[in-house]
Design a protein around this ligand. Structure first.
Ligand SMILES: [Zn+2]
Length: 116
């Protein structure tokens, strides 16, 4: 990824050099195309920086999901289905029944289970 940034930076430098060379050329079309090229390259550099940032975030998320060891989520099947709360069941609590709330940290699916 850093190679791509370096490549675009080099291309921007070349465009800048062309702009300097172009000062001695009185061709308006040449100058317009050069200005357009410089803008496109600067835009490409910004977009690549965004992609690198997004890629880094996605790699982190993927690592989080693939290394999870929790229960398998019934909705997305990732092992990121975890207990977020446990309490005695409203009516069966006196008999030892508990109600557990689960939430998946990947897809945010929520479900409660009764535990006897
Ligand atoms: Zn899920």
């Amino acid at each position: 990824m850093a190679d791509i940034i370096r490549t675009v930076s080099t291309a921007i430098s070349l465009a800048t050099r062309l702009r300097e060379i172009g000062k001695s050329i009185e061709d308006a079309e040449f100058k317009n195309v050069l200005a357009e090229l410089s803008l496109e390259l600067a835009d490409a550099k910004l977009k690549i920086a965004d992609l690198i940032s997004e890629n880094t975030a996605l790699k982190g998320k993927l690592e989080e999901v693939t290394s999870a060891t929790g229960e398998r989520c019934p909705k997305c099947s990732n092992r990121t289905f975890q207990i977020i709360a446990t309490r005695p069941h409203r009516t069966l609590g006196r008999l030892g029944t508990k109600e557990r709330d689960y939430e998946c940290s990947s897809c945010h699916f929520k479900e409660s289970k009764l535990i006897n």
